[in-house]
Design a protein around this ligand. Structure first.
Ligand code: EPZ
Length: 418
């Protein structure tokens, strides 16, 4: 198995181009199921999760081609069948459940492996199912599979107990081909929701309110093919912003939408990091002042993103003073902290809150990535730690970051994949 070997690195400098958003590309690829016409989706990052989703669409019978160099997917779901495969791909990929809504809407039935939980939480799908049932689907859960079928989905008003990103996306896509109007109340408002809504509208769907807590979808008889460019990955961008901060660097991010990064920018600025929005979707991130401790509480967008929680824990671990991080979105998203402690971090965790006392230095050692963003956090700590850090189980990290070691190397980081 490959590992990352990371040594204490100088202040990062230079430019890094941010890729298309993983969590934007996945639902948009799933939405191509809603039409029998060709869709062309660009800025699709060559990530493990994307390859799994492409494979799932292929298994469904889609005609799909991924030009990795151009990061462009051409897909036509004219001849898809329903999901009969017991492929273990789906249970591996959390995001595969996102094909349930479009498949149910297009084929009137779907049978999908119940997505496994993962390291950060149990990942239930009750809100997704509540939406499908409200629209008239009958749901059956058996032998680790969820089956749904319907004569015709009928629009309804659905209140989400939690503004779930996946449930909002799944219900939006199902509603796009339902008859009548669907209103999602307490909907998620993440930028990826808005990007999916934009794609659905290009397909001819009538979606309004995306980005607010109430989204209205007027069902269409048929949807057409569309072309779309996926938004930049705000979490990859945030990860590099923290990398600049933790090394006292001065870098330029290219291909960012500053609007999507407001909660991250605000927190870094509070801690004395210099953030400058530049012409042409670029942003400068420089940390040449002494940084101040950080207090964070993760919340659904526009609150501070849970996907940036671990990266900020790494940063707090080396800022003198006391920082407090509260995780309100997932029930078990501090598991990586044990690995940071092995590097000398002073972190006390009490259920959903972590108290971090900044230490003078961290020390490199052997650590293991426990999950996607926790793994990214280990790279950040290793950039600042004395000596050398070997990170194993890096497949977690490569699910969500493409060529991360090359991008860090181009900024002057000492990182090798072996
Ligand atoms: C998406 O996951 C992202 N994944 C996650 O990113 C991200 O952390 C999360 O949204 C929150 O922003 C993708 O987009 C592929 P949720 P999702 O449904 O949709 C509970 C990463 O690092 N919940 O908003 O699964 C759930 O248990 C990944 O890229 C229910 O209770 O997140 C969790 O506590 C990690 N019932 C909370 O809501 C449901 O039916 C948020 O989950 C659904 C969710």
């Amino acid at each position: 198995m490959s590992v990352f070997v990371v040594s204490k690195s100088p202040a990062l400098s230079g430019n890094v181009k941010i890729s298309g958003a993983k969590n934007g590309a996945l639902p948009i690829l799933a939405a191509s199921i809603l039409t029998d016409e060709e869709c062309v989706i660009s800025s699709v990052p060559p990530l493990k999760d994307v390859f799994v989703m492409i494979d799932i669409l292929k298994k469904l019978g889609a005609d799909i081609d991924y030009d990795e160099k151009k990061e462009k997917v051409t897909v036509c779901c004219k001849n898809i069948g329903t999901w009969e495969e017991d492929s273990d791909d789906a249970s591996k990929l959390r995001a595969s459940f996102i094909i349930m809504g479009p498949l149910l809407a297009r084929m009137k039935k779907a049978r999908i492996p119940l997505p496994g939980g993962c390291q950060i939480g149990s990942r239930p799908v009750d809100l997704h199912l509540k939406g499908f049932q409200a629209m008239g689907a009958t749901i059956e859960q058996k032998m680790g599979f969820i089956s749904a079928k319907t004569k015709k989905l009928i629009g309804d008003t659905i209140y989400l107990d939690f503004p779930s990103v996946g449930a909002t996306e799944n219900i939006m896509m199902a509603a796009a081909l339902a008859s009548g109007v669907t209103v999602i109340e307490n909907a998620a408002a993440e930028p990826e929701i808005c990007d999916l809504a934009k794609f659905l509208c290009k397909m001819g769907a009538k979606v309004t309110g995306a980005g607010t807590d109430t989204i209205k979808i007027e069902g269409s008889e048929k949807l057409k093919g569309a072309k779309h460019k996926v938004i930049p990955d705000r979490i990859e961008a945030g990860t590099f912003m923290v990398a600049s901060a933790i090394t006292g660097g001065d870098i330029i991010l290219e291909n960012v939408i500053s609007e999507h990064l407001k909660p991250v920018t605000a927190k870094l600025a509070e801690s004395n990091v210099l953030i400058e929005e530049l012409e042409g979707n670029k942003m400068r991130v420089a940390a040449n002042e002494k940084l101040k401790p950080i207090n964070i509480k993760t919340m659904p967008f526009p609150g501070f993103p849970t996907d940036m929680q671990s990266q900020f824990m790494s940063l707090s671990a080396v800022i003198s003073g006391t920082s407090i991080i509260t995780e309100t979105v997932f029930e078990n998203r501090f598991i990586y902290a044990g690995e940071l402690r092995r590097m000398g971090a002073d972190i006390k965790i009490d259920s959903r809150s972590a108290v971090i006392e900044g230490v003078k230095k961290l020390t490199g050692t052997q650590v293991r990535a426990t999950d996607l963003r926790g793994g990214a956090a280990l790279i950040l700590s290793a950039l600042a730690a004395e000596g050398e850090t070997e990170i194993s189980d890096i497949y977690h990290i490569e699910r969500g970051y493409c060529n991360i070691e090359k991008k860090f190397e181009s900024l002057g980081a000492f990182i090798k994949k072996i």
